[in-house]
Write a protein that binds this ligand. Structure first.
Ligand SMILES: [Zn+2]
Length: 276
């Protein structure tokens, strides 16, 4: 006779748990995520939310490490939701960070699936959309970019794959129909980034390196290629699910693209900085 993995009582021949216990456990998991999600979005009485979560955990056979993971999942769902209707607002950012503090969730823990990074990116985009140059990144060590006077570094992408086209071909990009005008800029929701980079025999993976974004230029630095491009020399930006494509304003210029693994952030960041 095995004993139930949930309540510990006899479960019956060849059984690992009672059906009722398992059901209660699964419902409890969903309830904790829902409570955390709501508290992360709406704020309110966080102590009350915490008590509620602990009660559900106790009555649903959910141990503390699992409870903490579920609370983090609820917070991640709140982050997703905060970006649904547009860019993360300052108020949303504050509520999410109050929740993080109240439940003592570490940045590393919350960034398991990239949700913490998304908050930072959202704050950077919001500042740019309001017409300001963000100053939120701390770079450790020397960067290979020779910035000009009054030039401000806004973001650095690492391990970026840089591609060049041998001929001037047209990109097949994502839909542009899901932008929202916010403050001074144009914000593209995540749904805009379904366009894949069209890989042809003409597409050359030219290098892998750092992509720096300032208020004036794009900088690329890899073992083989090092260059900068002034924003006003770029005539078109193309959104890709994993990055951005650009076309420079010169007869001889070939399409170039940068795969950062995050088309949503890269495209919103660069197109809006280029407008300031
Ligand atoms: Zn049981």
């Amino acid at each position: 006779m095995g004993s139930c993995t949930f309540c510990g009582k006899a479960a019956g021949f060849l059984r690992k748990s009672h059906k009722g216990c398992k059901e209660r456990h699964e419902i409890g998991k969903r309830q904790i995520i829902a409570i955390a999600r709501k508290a992360g979005l709406m704020g309110g009485d966080l102590k009350n939310a915490e008590d509620e979560i602990e009660n559900v955990a106790k009555s649903s056979y959910i141990h503390t490490p699992m409870m903490n993971r579920l609370v983090a999942s609820g917070w991640e769902a709140a982050v997703e939701q905060a970006f649904e209707d547009g860019i993360l607002t300052l108020q949303e950012e504050q509520k999410l960070s109050e929740f993080q503090e109240h439940f003592s969730l570490s940045r590393k823990f919350l960034d398991t699936n990239g949700a913490y990074t998304k908050i930072v990116q959202g704050a950077v985009l919001r500042e740019i959309l309001e017409g300001n140059i963000p100053d939120r990144i701390n770079v450790s060590g020397q960067l290979p970019f020779n910035l000009q006077k009054n030039e401000q570094l806004v973001w650095v992408f690492e391990d970026v794959n840089y591609y060049e086209e041998k001929t001037r071909t047209r990109y097949v990009g994502g839909s542009q129909g899901v932008s929202i005008r916010i403050a001074k800029g144009l914000y593209y929701r995540t749904g805009a980034f379904k366009g894949e980079r069209v890989q042809t025999s003409e597409t050359i993976h030219a290098d892998t390196g750092l992509l720096g974004v300032t208020n004036k230029h794009l900088y690329f630095s890899g073992p083989l290629k090092k260059f900068r491009i002034k924003f006003d020399k770029i005539v078109t930006f193309e959104p890709f699910s994993d990055g951005i494509g650009i076309q420079r304003d010169a007869m001889t210029a070939k399409p170039q693209s940068f795969a950062t693994n995050d088309g949503w952030f890269t495209y919103n960041l660069i197109t809006n900085l280029a407008q300031i």
